[in-house]
Design a protein around this ligand. Structure first.
Ligand code: ZN
Length: 177
């Protein structure tokens, strides 16, 4: 089922997500809904908070074709889509600066500095704890979604100048949210 995506200004986006206690059918159904919702909006990632839910879970689908050559090799072993339950970034390396957007900030994007490579530990949909190491856009998506689970948003990563340049859009979103 496709859910409405809440936008900046909605209180759900600022809550720290609650750890998932058990990977069960209800959680797998939630993940299916999140994937459907993300694909319908052509997003690369979605956190449960973005559909107003409190679970510590996010989904990501970054196709290999959109990665730069070097990252394509680095990420080739990671099957998409990813559903990360209780994810935790355990290592990060290097830096990248590229445009970043968010389905909860429609029409807004800004160059954001992130680690170039991250290792994330998470529980998969069979309840098994796993770890993957990803680079490039996938690493960016993982960092962005884990931020969501901690109530941290794109706007928090923007510089004062970047925020100023989209102040009107942010104000309108906040008024709607
Ligand atoms: Zn987002």
């Amino acid at each position: 089922m496709i859910h409405p995506i809440v936008t900046f200004g909605h209180a759900a986006l600022r809550r720290k997500a609650a750890p998932v206690q058990e990977v069960d059918d209800a959680l797998r159904a939630l993940v299916n809904d999140m994937l459907e919702t993300m694909y319908a909006s052509r997003g690369l990632g979605l956190a449960a908070a973005q559909i107003g839910r409190a679970e510590r879970v996010c989904v990501i689908d970054v196709p290999l074709e959109v990665e730069k050559e070097a990252c394509r090799k680095a990420n080739a072993h990671i099957a998409m889509p990813l559903a990360l339950v209780n994810p935790e970034i355990t290592a990060h390396e290097g830096k990248q600066r590229n445009d970043e957007g968010c389905l909860s900030f429609p029409e807004i994007g800004a160059p954001i500095t992130r680690a170039n490579t991250v290792t994330v530990a998470f529980t998969d949909l069979t309840g098994v704890r796993r770890e993957v190491t990803a680079s490039g856009l996938l690493a960016r998506a993982i960092q962005h979604e884990v931020d969501h689970l901690n109530g941290i948003l794109l706007v928090d990563k923007m510089s004062a100048m970047q925020k100023l340049s989209v102040a009107g859009q942010l104000r309108r979103l906040r008024a709607q949210g």
